[in-house]
Design a protein around this ligand. Structure first.
Ligand SMILES: Cc1cc2nc3c(=O)[nH]c(=O)nc-3n(C[C@H](O)[C@H](O)[C@H](O)COP(=O)(O)O)c2cc1C
Length: 253
């Protein structure tokens, strides 16, 4: 099979094949945690409650119509209320279904929600620069560590950007979504991986639309150094690794 053919197979549905596989779930193996555990003695930052009044551009029509990938950012910081809203819009927990599965602001295959959100914070009012992890169950942030020359580190992580070189280092915050594939593999086995990629698209689309609604701009980032970002975030690169990034900042006018 040629290079393309092999990769194209991945894009196709393999549900008929999957039907004959006894998944780890069917074998009765324990369900993996649905969110990454954390040490409660960590440095935790409370996030403000999300209120509808945060939204400046009121209509979904306007947000969809005006949405563009934004790569030119002003020096202005985002407020912590805005950050709280963006986190809620992308991965916030909004309920549980009848089976007790956690539901979020984004749809997700079988509510498997394999993602964790890491933040490279550069300009958020009231927050020190550094690397954070979102704790969706508590709607809080876990401060992971400082990062010296954080903007240059972001620049190295985002490689040679083809549209606006070095734009990500000038964002107010860069979101990095990791996946823990086993959360989906446990249930969907060989069908998990295509689903995970589709799932993460929904997350980033909400980042775009929510950013528009607070007069900020977002840009998806698929070009990045896998090894470097996993190292910076302390991920093992196999059980958990980064899948996608999104930069956000106030628009330069
Ligand atoms: C999966 C994906 C990866 C992307 N990666 C990058 C990237 O690394 N750098 C960048 O500048 N734009 C990136 N983009 C943004 C696209 O270039 C942009 O969506 C496209 O040019 C259409 O423009 P629009 O979003 O303004 O409509 C990415 C978009 C998607 C959906």
């Amino acid at each position: 099979m040629g290079r393309y053919e092999q990769q194209r197979q991945f894009l196709k549905s393999n549900f008929l094949e999957f039907k004959h596989i006894k998944t780890d779930k069917a074998k009765g193996l324990p369900k993996p945690p649905t969110v990454k555990p954390y040490d409660s003695s960590s440095d935790i930052v409370n996030l403000p409650d999300v209120k509808e009044e945060i939204v400046k551009r009121q209509t979904i029509y306007g947000c969809i119509k005006e949405r563009r990938s934004t790569r030119l950012y002003s020096e202005e910081s985002l407020t912590i209320d805005e950050l709280s809203y963006l986190l809620w819009a992308t991965q916030g927990i909004t309920g549980t279904n009848k089976g007790g599965l956690i539901l979020r602001t984004v749809p997700c295959s079988g509510a498997t929600h394999t993602f964790e959100t890491y933040l490279f914070i550069m300009r958020i009012e009231g927050l020190q620069q550094g690397v954070y992890r979102y704790l969706p169950e508590d709607h809080k942030l876990l401060f992971m560590h400082e990062l010296s020359e954080i903007d240059n580190k972001i620049d190295a992580i985002t490689l040679d950007q083809p549209f606006v070189p070095n734009f990500a280092k000038r964002a107010a915050v860069v979101f990095a979504w990791s996946t823990t594939p086993y959360r989906s593999e446990w249930k969907y086995d060989i069908s998990a991986h295509k689903k995970i990629l589709i799932d993460v698209g929904h997350v980033c689309q909400n980042l775009y639309l929510a950013s528009e609604s607070v007069d900020a701009g977002a840009c998806a980032i698929g070009i990045y150094d896998q090894k470097l970002i996993d190292e910076v975030l302390g991920l093992d690169g196999d059980e958990e690794f980064v899948l996608y990034l999104g930069a956000v900042g106030k628009k330069r006018t």
